[in-house]
Design a protein around this ligand. Structure first.
Ligand code: 86X
Length: 480
């Protein structure tokens, strides 16, 4: 195959396949800085779609977008040493401005709790100032030492971070779960990626949180990927940053807080879950181009009638809120165009050639199954709409089946290790609740507890490792 198409099969060499799709589908390119990528047009368009969807959701529930500086004075991070301790080796610093060595070095934000919450302390005076519900879209920097991978682990990435402060614990709790629901909706209904939701163990939660909720997806190589997180911070940060308000009772109270985030990692998940040996597959709901029209014309012969009809179809689709492009480039053959649009993952290709025109029809080719169907030209909009819905549904259902196939209940440690090695995926197992067992399993197998389900599954099983009384069934997996 040529150097424009995908040359490695997803099944044979997943990791190489991924890197090829990323580059050849114009999603990302490597940057001249180690561990950084250039977000190219195909990935940035998906990111803009995610931004559009999430902004709509949070704005309708009263959140406002803001932007804080990317520089955080060292003293701010030190104030929070307890919660950020483990992260210090990942922080990148600015020590010099122009020729001047800075008196206090500045962290490039790895996350913005410290700068935002010290500002909350200034903004919040009385109960009338609450709740505060803000969000920012920004870049963050974490100086990764582990191997980097486009979208999944890079030293700079894009995300949104939401930060809220409330009068009561109940209100904060509701916020945590409302956001979790919005995240789940984006992942499942728009990105067509099924997720498991639950709570992190104390080992895996954000140190600054009372508890951390998480959304976890499964990648085709059997590894779990955290897709997003929503934390209940309780009053932990209110204590450190002294965020207090005078209540209606005239007394001082500390606020209750939440924080939550999703990142450009979601794009990595989308590529892995839906992509195939022809390249990227973009779910219709997040595709900036849903339909490409390719007129089948040849050098010899008059093609004006076909081009005319193609333009009509394009206009008609656009009028009906279907995002379409007409590829009438003369310098490429139809076959070449097919490959290119497949590589880029456009959900539907509409072909119209001399025979189609004669029969007053179009050919619709779907990206997910490669199936082709015909429709009368006057039915184009209807046929396209229902096919887009079908593709969206099929991508989700297929991914869901693959997820369910790879959730395995295991009853003893031998089966645990064996299943992890041969099959991967999520392992449901009883756990006694002790960190020591969790850590030992991680050291011996590489699997961590990805989540504790919200609804405790009652069981009489004993802990998978120590065989003592178990508290609950949890989900283990190796992960990204
Ligand atoms: C944890 C917590 C939280 C807002 C989110 O998960 C969602 C959005 N923030 C992020 N975290 C850190 O606090 C952190 C801190 C430092 Cl200093 C660092 F270098 C890396 C970090 N990574 C994650």
């Amino acid at each position: 195959m040529s150097d424009t198409g995908i040359t490695v099969s997803k099944k044979d060499n997943f990791s190489e396949w991924y890197v090829e799709v990323v580059q050849k589908s114009c999603l990302a390119d490597y940057a001249p800085i180690k561990g950084c990528i250039i977000f190219r047009e195909q990935s940035y368009a998906i990111w803009e779609k995610i931004q559009e969807l999430f902004n709509k959701k949070i704005k309708s529930s009263g959140h406002k977008n803001v932007y804080f500086p990317m520089f955080i004075p060292e003293s701010f991070l030190k104030k929070e040493a307890e919660h950020f301790e483990g992260f210090v080796p990942e922080v990148a610093w600015v020590t010099q401005g122009g020729e001047t060595i800075l008196e206090e070095k500045l962290a490039i934000r790895p996350t913005s709790e410290t700068i935002i919450y010290s500002t909350f302390a200034k903004w919040i005076r009385s109960w009338r100032d609450l709740p505060i519900k803000i969000n920012q879209w920004c870049n963050v920097v974490r100086w990764e030492t582990k191997a980097t991978k486009p979208f999944l682990r890079t030293r700079e990435f894009l995300w949104q971070e939401g930060h809220t402060a409330h009068k009561t614990s109940e209100e904060a709790k509701k916020e945590v779960f409302d956001i979790l629901d919005e995240y789940k909706d984006i992942m499942e209904k728009f990105l067509a990626i099924p997720v498991l939701v639950g709570i992190k163990t104390d080992n895996e939660k954000f140190a600054g949180a009372l508890y951390t909720t998480t959304l976890e997806a499964l990648m085709p190589d059997g590894k779990a990927l955290q897709m997003g997180t929503s934390h209940n911070l309780g009053q932990n940060f209110a204590k450190v940053f002294n965020i207090e308000y005078v209540g209606e009772d005239k007394k001082n109270h500390k606020v209750w807080q939440t924080s939550w985030g999703i990142s450009t990692r979601l794009i990595g998940a989308l590529i892995m879950v839906h992509g195939d040996d022809r390249g990227l597959v973009v779910p219709p709901q997040v595709a900036s181009v849903q339909v490409v029209i390719v007129p089948i014309t040849y050098k010899k012969g008059d093609s004006s009638a076909i081009i005319e009809k193609s333009k009509e179809i394009l206009e008609n689709l656009e009028k009906n809120n279907i995002s379409a492009v007409l590829d009438d480039r003369k310098e490429y053959t139809p076959g070449w165009k097919f490959h290119e649009w497949e590589l880029k993952g456009i959900p539907i290709r509409i072909e119209i050639g001399p025979r189609d025109l004669k029969q007053n029809q179009i050919t619709l080719a779907r990206r997910d199954t490669y199936q082709k169907t015909n429709a009368k030209i006057e039915d184009t909009v209807q046929a396209t709409k229902s096919l887009l819905d079908e593709i969206q549904e099929n991508l989700y259902v297929t991914a869901k089946e693959r997820l369910l196939e790879k959730i395995t209940k295991v009853d003893d440690y031998e089966a645990f290790k064996d299943t992890l090695k041969t099959k991967g995926g999520f392992l449901k197992a009883a756990w006694c609740g002790k960190s020591s067992c969790e850590e030992k399993i991680k050291a011996e197998t590489g699997a961590t507890i990805r989540l504790k389900p919200f609804m405790k599954e009652s069981s009489t099983d004993k802990c998978i490792l120590c065989n003592e009384e178990s508290e609950e069934i949890v989900y283990f997996a190796r992960s990204y």
